[in-house]
Design a binder for this molecule. Structure first.
Ligand code: PHE
Length: 330
Protein backbone atom coordinates (compact mmCIF):
# COMPACT_ATOMS: atom_id res chain seq x y z
CA UNK A 1 0.00 0.00 0.00
CA UNK A 2 1.41 3.36 -1.04
CA UNK A 3 0.52 5.90 1.65
CA UNK A 4 1.54 8.93 -0.44
CA UNK A 5 -0.65 7.75 -3.32
CA UNK A 6 -3.68 7.35 -1.05
CA UNK A 7 -3.14 10.85 0.30
CA UNK A 8 -2.89 12.36 -3.20
CA UNK A 9 -6.02 10.52 -4.34
CA UNK A 10 -7.89 11.72 -1.23
CA UNK A 11 -6.87 15.30 -1.88
CA UNK A 12 -8.03 15.22 -5.48
CA UNK A 13 -11.36 13.63 -4.44
CA UNK A 14 -11.80 16.37 -1.87
CA UNK A 15 -11.03 19.18 -4.29
CA UNK A 16 -14.24 18.55 -6.21
CA UNK A 17 -16.38 17.31 -3.33
CA UNK A 18 -19.74 18.79 -2.41
CA UNK A 19 -21.52 18.42 0.93
CA UNK A 20 -23.20 15.16 -0.18
CA UNK A 21 -19.90 13.59 -1.28
CA UNK A 22 -18.21 13.83 2.10
CA UNK A 23 -19.78 10.71 3.68
CA UNK A 24 -18.95 8.39 0.71
CA UNK A 25 -15.40 9.74 0.77
CA UNK A 26 -15.14 9.02 4.49
CA UNK A 27 -16.38 5.44 3.99
CA UNK A 28 -13.99 4.99 1.11
CA UNK A 29 -10.91 6.13 3.06
CA UNK A 30 -11.74 5.33 6.68
CA UNK A 31 -14.51 2.70 6.47
CA UNK A 32 -14.01 -0.87 7.71
CA UNK A 33 -13.00 -2.08 4.28
CA UNK A 34 -10.72 0.83 3.49
CA UNK A 35 -7.03 0.28 2.92
CA UNK A 36 -6.05 2.48 5.84
CA UNK A 37 -8.19 0.61 8.40
CA UNK A 38 -7.23 -2.77 6.97
CA UNK A 39 -3.60 -1.68 7.12
CA UNK A 40 -3.97 -0.65 10.79
CA UNK A 41 -5.59 -3.99 11.60
CA UNK A 42 -2.84 -6.00 10.05
CA UNK A 43 -0.04 -4.23 11.90
CA UNK A 44 0.17 -7.19 14.33
CA UNK A 45 1.67 -9.40 11.65
CA UNK A 46 4.64 -7.07 11.19
CA UNK A 47 7.96 -6.98 13.02
CA UNK A 48 8.29 -4.54 15.91
CA UNK A 49 10.36 -2.07 13.88
CA UNK A 50 8.05 -2.10 10.86
CA UNK A 51 4.98 -1.93 13.07
CA UNK A 52 6.21 1.30 14.70
CA UNK A 53 7.02 3.21 11.53
CA UNK A 54 4.04 2.00 9.49
CA UNK A 55 1.61 2.45 12.39
CA UNK A 56 2.74 6.06 12.86
CA UNK A 57 2.32 6.85 9.14
CA UNK A 58 -1.12 5.24 8.91
CA UNK A 59 -2.34 7.00 12.06
CA UNK A 60 -1.16 10.37 10.91
CA UNK A 61 -2.85 9.83 7.52
CA UNK A 62 -6.07 8.85 9.30
CA UNK A 63 -5.94 11.98 11.46
CA UNK A 64 -5.20 14.12 8.43
CA UNK A 65 -8.23 12.72 6.57
CA UNK A 66 -10.56 13.13 9.55
CA UNK A 67 -9.55 16.74 10.03
CA UNK A 68 -9.78 17.54 6.34
CA UNK A 69 -13.30 16.06 6.16
CA UNK A 70 -14.37 18.04 9.20
CA UNK A 71 -12.97 21.32 7.87
CA UNK A 72 -14.58 20.82 4.48
CA UNK A 73 -17.92 20.08 6.06
CA UNK A 74 -17.83 23.32 8.05
CA UNK A 75 -16.81 25.28 4.97
CA UNK A 76 -19.53 23.84 2.70
CA UNK A 77 -22.30 24.01 5.33
CA UNK A 78 -21.41 27.65 6.02
CA UNK A 79 -21.65 28.49 2.35
CA UNK A 80 -25.08 26.87 2.24
CA UNK A 81 -26.27 28.99 5.18
CA UNK A 82 -25.13 32.08 3.33
CA UNK A 83 -27.25 31.11 0.36
CA UNK A 84 -30.29 31.02 2.64
CA UNK A 85 -29.63 34.37 4.30
CA UNK A 86 -28.39 37.56 2.70
CA UNK A 87 -25.93 38.63 5.33
CA UNK A 88 -25.33 41.97 3.64
CA UNK A 89 -28.86 43.31 4.31
CA UNK A 90 -28.70 46.00 7.05
CA UNK A 91 -30.40 45.03 10.33
CA UNK A 92 -33.91 46.15 11.23
CA UNK A 93 -33.89 49.34 13.26
CA UNK A 94 -35.10 48.73 16.79
CA UNK A 95 -37.38 51.64 17.73
CA UNK A 96 -37.22 52.74 21.33
CA UNK A 97 -39.72 55.10 22.91
CA UNK A 98 -39.33 58.82 23.50
CA UNK A 99 -40.17 60.86 26.52
CA UNK A 100 -43.14 63.07 25.57
CA UNK A 101 -42.21 66.78 25.41
CA UNK A 102 -44.77 67.53 28.15
CA UNK A 103 -43.13 64.96 30.45
CA UNK A 104 -39.72 66.43 29.67
CA UNK A 105 -40.83 69.91 30.71
CA UNK A 106 -42.38 68.49 33.89
CA UNK A 107 -39.18 66.65 34.77
CA UNK A 108 -37.13 69.82 34.30
CA UNK A 109 -39.56 71.88 36.37
CA UNK A 110 -39.67 69.29 39.16
CA UNK A 111 -35.88 69.26 39.39
CA UNK A 112 -35.77 73.05 39.64
CA UNK A 113 -38.65 73.20 42.14
CA UNK A 114 -37.09 70.49 44.32
CA UNK A 115 -33.77 72.30 44.29
CA UNK A 116 -35.66 75.32 45.69
CA UNK A 117 -37.19 73.28 48.53
CA UNK A 118 -40.63 72.54 47.03
CA UNK A 119 -42.10 69.03 47.24
CA UNK A 120 -44.12 67.58 44.35
CA UNK A 121 -47.81 66.83 45.03
CA UNK A 122 -50.88 65.55 43.19
CA UNK A 123 -54.65 65.89 43.52
CA UNK A 124 -57.85 64.59 41.89
CA UNK A 125 -58.80 65.48 38.32
CA UNK A 126 -62.49 64.80 38.94
CA UNK A 127 -63.26 67.41 41.54
CA UNK A 128 -66.08 69.00 43.48
CA UNK A 129 -67.31 72.51 42.86
CA UNK A 130 -65.90 73.51 46.24
CA UNK A 131 -62.27 72.64 45.48
CA UNK A 132 -62.33 73.70 41.83
CA UNK A 133 -64.03 77.05 42.47
CA UNK A 134 -65.70 78.07 45.70
CA UNK A 135 -62.83 77.50 48.11
CA UNK A 136 -60.68 79.49 45.68
CA UNK A 137 -62.88 82.52 46.19
CA UNK A 138 -64.91 81.95 43.01
CA UNK A 139 -68.60 81.95 44.07
CA UNK A 140 -71.31 80.02 42.27
CA UNK A 141 -72.79 81.85 39.27
CA UNK A 142 -70.09 84.50 39.43
CA UNK A 143 -68.59 85.89 36.21
CA UNK A 144 -65.13 85.16 37.67
CA UNK A 145 -65.78 81.51 36.70
CA UNK A 146 -65.63 82.39 33.05
CA UNK A 147 -61.84 82.09 32.63
CA UNK A 148 -62.01 78.49 33.79
CA UNK A 149 -65.13 77.07 32.18
CA UNK A 150 -64.72 73.32 32.19
CA UNK A 151 -66.64 70.06 31.69
CA UNK A 152 -69.32 69.22 34.23
CA UNK A 153 -70.30 65.78 35.46
CA UNK A 154 -73.05 67.32 37.57
CA UNK A 155 -73.66 70.69 39.12
CA UNK A 156 -71.37 69.75 42.00
CA UNK A 157 -68.74 67.66 40.17
CA UNK A 158 -66.45 68.75 37.35
CA UNK A 159 -63.14 68.07 35.63
CA UNK A 160 -60.82 70.48 37.40
CA UNK A 161 -60.02 73.55 35.27
CA UNK A 162 -56.68 74.10 37.04
CA UNK A 163 -54.40 72.49 39.61
CA UNK A 164 -55.38 75.14 42.16
CA UNK A 165 -57.65 72.56 43.84
CA UNK A 166 -54.47 71.01 45.26
CA UNK A 167 -53.71 74.28 47.10
CA UNK A 168 -56.85 73.86 49.19
CA UNK A 169 -56.52 70.11 49.68
CA UNK A 170 -52.91 70.42 50.79
CA UNK A 171 -53.52 73.32 53.17
CA UNK A 172 -56.42 71.43 54.76
CA UNK A 173 -54.16 68.60 55.81
CA UNK A 174 -50.84 70.38 56.43
CA UNK A 175 -49.69 73.18 58.69
CA UNK A 176 -47.37 75.97 57.47
CA UNK A 177 -44.59 76.20 56.48
CA UNK A 178 -45.90 74.86 53.15
CA UNK A 179 -43.81 74.68 50.03
CA UNK A 180 -45.30 72.54 47.26
CA UNK A 181 -45.72 72.27 43.53
CA UNK A 182 -48.77 70.39 42.25
CA UNK A 183 -49.02 68.96 38.78
CA UNK A 184 -51.38 67.06 36.53
CA UNK A 185 -54.06 67.13 33.85
CA UNK A 186 -56.55 70.00 33.72
CA UNK A 187 -59.57 70.66 31.51
CA UNK A 188 -61.28 73.57 29.80
CA UNK A 189 -63.84 74.11 27.09
CA UNK A 190 -61.28 75.45 24.65
CA UNK A 191 -59.84 74.10 21.42
CA UNK A 192 -57.69 76.09 19.00
CA UNK A 193 -54.04 76.63 18.06
CA UNK A 194 -53.08 77.51 21.63
CA UNK A 195 -55.67 75.55 23.65
CA UNK A 196 -56.55 71.87 23.97
CA UNK A 197 -59.54 70.65 26.04
CA UNK A 198 -57.12 68.63 28.18
CA UNK A 199 -53.83 70.23 29.11
CA UNK A 200 -51.32 70.18 31.95
CA UNK A 201 -50.44 72.62 34.68
CA UNK A 202 -47.92 73.07 37.40
CA UNK A 203 -48.99 75.03 40.43
CA UNK A 204 -46.82 76.37 43.20
CA UNK A 205 -47.82 77.27 46.75
CA UNK A 206 -45.74 78.70 49.56
CA UNK A 207 -47.30 79.58 52.92
CA UNK A 208 -45.39 80.78 55.97
CA UNK A 209 -45.25 83.77 58.28
CA UNK A 210 -43.55 86.92 56.93
CA UNK A 211 -43.90 85.99 53.25
CA UNK A 212 -43.80 89.10 51.06
CA UNK A 213 -44.42 89.90 47.42
CA UNK A 214 -40.64 90.23 47.04
CA UNK A 215 -40.36 86.51 47.87
CA UNK A 216 -42.75 85.73 45.03
CA UNK A 217 -40.77 87.84 42.58
CA UNK A 218 -37.46 86.40 43.67
CA UNK A 219 -38.55 82.76 43.62
CA UNK A 220 -40.30 83.01 40.24
CA UNK A 221 -37.37 84.86 38.67
CA UNK A 222 -35.05 82.04 39.73
CA UNK A 223 -37.49 79.38 38.51
CA UNK A 224 -38.05 80.93 35.09
CA UNK A 225 -34.40 81.82 34.50
CA UNK A 226 -33.38 78.27 35.40
CA UNK A 227 -35.95 77.01 32.93
CA UNK A 228 -35.24 79.37 30.02
CA UNK A 229 -31.70 80.61 30.69
CA UNK A 230 -30.10 83.18 32.96
CA UNK A 231 -29.74 85.67 30.09
CA UNK A 232 -33.54 86.00 29.77
CA UNK A 233 -35.22 89.00 31.39
CA UNK A 234 -38.51 88.76 33.28
CA UNK A 235 -41.26 91.23 34.12
CA UNK A 236 -44.47 91.21 36.18
CA UNK A 237 -47.70 92.81 34.96
CA UNK A 238 -50.72 93.53 37.17
CA UNK A 239 -53.51 91.01 36.61
CA UNK A 240 -56.53 89.56 38.37
CA UNK A 241 -57.22 86.12 39.80
CA UNK A 242 -59.97 85.58 42.38
CA UNK A 243 -57.66 83.47 44.58
CA UNK A 244 -54.69 85.86 44.76
CA UNK A 245 -54.45 89.51 45.73
CA UNK A 246 -52.53 91.27 44.38
CA UNK A 247 -52.17 89.19 41.21
CA UNK A 248 -49.67 89.32 38.38
CA UNK A 249 -48.85 87.74 35.09
CA UNK A 250 -45.20 87.05 34.47
CA UNK A 251 -43.43 87.43 31.12
CA UNK A 252 -40.05 86.25 29.94
CA UNK A 253 -38.12 88.10 27.24
CA UNK A 254 -38.46 86.54 23.79
CA UNK A 255 -35.60 84.14 23.07
CA UNK A 256 -35.89 84.46 19.30
CA UNK A 257 -35.40 88.21 18.96
CA UNK A 258 -33.75 88.87 22.32
CA UNK A 259 -36.60 91.20 23.28
CA UNK A 260 -36.46 93.43 20.19
CA UNK A 261 -39.82 92.21 18.90
CA UNK A 262 -40.61 89.59 16.27
CA UNK A 263 -43.53 87.54 14.98
CA UNK A 264 -43.18 84.92 17.69
CA UNK A 265 -43.64 87.48 20.51
CA UNK A 266 -46.21 89.49 18.53
CA UNK A 267 -43.62 92.29 18.28
CA UNK A 268 -43.74 92.96 22.04
CA UNK A 269 -40.41 91.35 22.96
CA UNK A 270 -42.18 89.43 25.77
CA UNK A 271 -43.78 86.01 26.20
CA UNK A 272 -46.33 85.29 28.93
CA UNK A 273 -45.30 82.31 31.08
CA UNK A 274 -47.46 82.16 34.20
CA UNK A 275 -49.99 83.68 36.56
CA UNK A 276 -49.24 84.34 40.22
CA UNK A 277 -50.03 86.39 43.28
CA UNK A 278 -50.25 86.58 47.06
CA UNK A 279 -52.69 83.99 48.38
CA UNK A 280 -56.05 85.68 49.03
CA UNK A 281 -56.98 85.75 52.76
CA UNK A 282 -60.33 84.10 51.92
CA UNK A 283 -58.49 81.16 50.37
CA UNK A 284 -56.35 80.66 53.48
CA UNK A 285 -59.47 80.89 55.63
CA UNK A 286 -61.38 78.39 53.46
CA UNK A 287 -58.54 75.91 53.90
CA UNK A 288 -58.37 76.37 57.67
CA UNK A 289 -55.29 78.59 57.89
CA UNK A 290 -55.36 81.85 59.89
CA UNK A 291 -54.71 84.72 57.43
CA UNK A 292 -53.71 87.02 60.28
CA UNK A 293 -50.79 84.77 61.11
CA UNK A 294 -49.79 83.44 57.71
CA UNK A 295 -49.33 84.73 54.19
CA UNK A 296 -48.14 83.07 51.01
CA UNK A 297 -47.81 83.20 47.30
CA UNK A 298 -49.07 80.92 44.54
CA UNK A 299 -48.40 80.54 40.86
CA UNK A 300 -49.73 78.44 38.02
CA UNK A 301 -48.48 77.69 34.54
CA UNK A 302 -49.51 75.68 31.49
CA UNK A 303 -46.95 73.00 30.65
CA UNK A 304 -47.80 72.78 26.94
CA UNK A 305 -47.39 76.56 26.77
CA UNK A 306 -43.93 76.35 28.33
CA UNK A 307 -43.02 73.54 25.91
CA UNK A 308 -44.24 75.62 22.95
CA UNK A 309 -42.14 78.59 24.04
CA UNK A 310 -39.10 76.47 24.74
CA UNK A 311 -39.19 74.39 21.55
CA UNK A 312 -40.74 76.97 19.20
CA UNK A 313 -43.97 75.01 18.52
CA UNK A 314 -46.88 77.05 17.14
CA UNK A 315 -49.80 74.59 17.42
CA UNK A 316 -50.65 73.03 20.78
CA UNK A 317 -52.76 70.29 19.22
CA UNK A 318 -49.58 68.69 17.86
CA UNK A 319 -48.82 67.37 21.35
CA UNK A 320 -51.85 65.08 21.19
CA UNK A 321 -51.99 64.03 17.53
CA UNK A 322 -49.55 61.19 18.32
CA UNK A 323 -47.74 61.83 15.06
CA UNK A 324 -44.31 60.22 15.41
CA UNK A 325 -42.77 62.70 12.97
CA UNK A 326 -43.51 65.36 15.55
CA UNK A 327 -42.82 63.40 18.72
CA UNK A 328 -39.49 61.96 17.55
CA UNK A 329 -37.98 65.42 17.39
CA UNK A 330 -37.64 65.64 21.15
N1 PHE B 1 -55.13 78.88 38.34
C1 PHE B 1 -54.65 79.92 37.44
C2 PHE B 1 -55.00 79.52 36.03
O1 PHE B 1 -55.33 78.39 35.78
C3 PHE B 1 -53.17 80.10 37.56
C4 PHE B 1 -52.76 80.62 38.92
C5 PHE B 1 -52.44 79.76 39.93
C6 PHE B 1 -52.71 81.98 39.16
C7 PHE B 1 -52.07 80.24 41.17
C8 PHE B 1 -52.34 82.48 40.38
C9 PHE B 1 -52.02 81.61 41.39
O2 PHE B 1 -54.96 80.34 35.13
Amino acid sequence: MDIEKIKKQFESDMAQAGLKDLEPIRVNYLGKKSEIIKGLRSLGSLSVEERKSRGAKLNSLRNYIEEALMAKKVELAGAKEQEKYDLTIPGKKFEIGHIHPVTRIYNELFEIAKSMGFSVQEGPEVESDWYSFEALNIPKNHPARDFADTFYISEEVNLRPHTSNVQIRYMESHKPPIRIVAYGRTYRRDSDMTHTPMFHQMEGLLVDDRVTFADLKGALTVLIQKMFGEDRKVRFRPHHFPFTEPSVEMDVSCGLCGGKGCRSCKHSGWLEVLGAGSVHPNVLKNAGIDPKKYQGFAFGMGIERIAMLKYGIDDMRLFYDNDLRFLEQF
